[in-house]
Write a protein that binds this ligand. Structure first.
Ligand SMILES: [Zn+2]
Length: 60
């Protein structure tokens, strides 16, 4: 299932600790809890928005 990588959307996250913005390719539906801040290395970033999925596609 290597094709899955082609469908990875770009998500933007914000670190709750240092407020750094992190743009990352993630699996669809990733909520940021498994994303680590590259600056302060805390886990659990807040997802801001997706550049890939548009409103109305049923993406939750
Ligand atoms: Zn941080």
């Amino acid at each position: 299932m290597a094709k899955e990588a082609e469908h990875m959307p770009v998500y933007e996250f914000e670190c709750p600790k240092c407020s750094m913005n992190v743009t990352k390719l993630c699996r669809l539906g990733t909520d940021g809890s498994e994303i680590q801040c590259p600056l302060c290395h805390v886990f659990g970033l807040k997802r801001k928005l997706s550049r890939f999925a548009s409103p109305g596609t049923g993406d939750v």
